[in-house]
Design a protein around this ligand. Sequence first.
Ligand SMILES: *Cc1c(COP(=O)(O)O)cnc(C)c1O
Ligand SMILES: [Zn+2]
Length: 412
Amino acid sequence: MGFVVGLKCRECGREYQVDPIYVCEFCFGPLEAVYDYKKIKKVLTRKKIMQREKNLWRYRELLPIDGDPQVGLYSGFTPLVEAKNLARILGVKSLYVKDDTVVHPTLSFKDRVVAVALTKAKEFGFDTVACASTGNLAHSVSAHGTKAGFKRFIFIPASLEASKIVASLVYEPNLIAVDGNYDDVNRLCSEIANKYNWAFVNINIRPFYAEGSKTLGYEIIEQLGWESPDNVVVPCASGSLLTKVWKSFKEFHEIGIIKKLHTKVFAAQAAGCNPIATAIKNKTDAIRPVKPKTIAKSLAIGNPADGYYAVKVIQDTGGYGEDVTDDEIIEGMKLLARTEGIFAETAGGVTVAVTKKLIESGHIGKNETTVICVTGNGLKTQEALQGHTSKPHYIPPNMAAFEEVLSTIDHK
Ligand SMILES: *Cc1c(COP(=O)(O)O)cnc(C)c1O
Ligand SMILES: [Zn+2]
């Protein structure tokens, strides 16, 4: 049996039974899973966690499922890389990359949320899963959904990167490419979710789905030797991941897994889609929706569902929000690749470039420990680098030709 006692409205506090529902009937506030932390505190210890397999289910008491995990048994527990080369260049003492570009079967952090959402969809008895996606969710639901035996309806903006479309289609879902941006797709999906009895992972299953993001935060703390960092930089689309990383830290504090918690939470966005960073800079919690225009398509949500709550977390913890241009995003991708050997997608370029800016502006201190969350693999967004890398040295197959090239280049 699980440890969730019910769902609760984040606005008015009204409580609901565990069901595939997501908004409060009275005030339309979002619903969130509520746990019995007293009970969890009695059963979950560092030792118990460490004895378990290295996947995201090692924190299962803090995830909203009742029975055994059914999906994502090989997802999670990604590396926390001490980024010494990058730290030297950025002029800080202690920098880590939480590297969600690897380990996950579909190579992005979305495998965390999908593991929880599809396990819960099984428990609820759904036979069809669906999602509104900026790309990575489409890939993840397509893959894990077929393995788990679901019918799958996947909705994407038609302008998505070709590699992400192929990466979804290979699992043969019903892929619906909508002529519009993510916010249009999401609006259509909310309508469809009202009419069809499907598990829309980020709509009617959202209170459960979103909890999967907490595992990224639990892992950071465990991998830092059961300590919270001074700063964490999180890329934001809907803002959900950011709020859940903070929730995971607070939960570990609440159940006594860590003694101290002082982390500042920072949001990273693209300048072409920056409603959360803009609200922070304007010192308001009112999110003004934007029309996205950025190469960071996985973060291109102009009207972020959790934007308000993300801003609250940033303000409450003393963090900040920053945004970067498309050119800075590409520079960020190349910098991370060059220094740490990590090939991240455009969202990773956003996080690295924002971190650089936050250090330069003094929002992140030079003697503090900072974790940057790099959430998706660069093979998914290769087209963003077209024309931005050097070219191979083309030669005929002989020694003279090679040595002619050799005489003209700097050895790397
Ligand atoms: C979905 C996504 C995020 C963040 O999503 P939220 O909606 O803010 O939780 C970050 N990085 C990548 C690569 C993503 O696909
Ligand atoms: Zn309410």
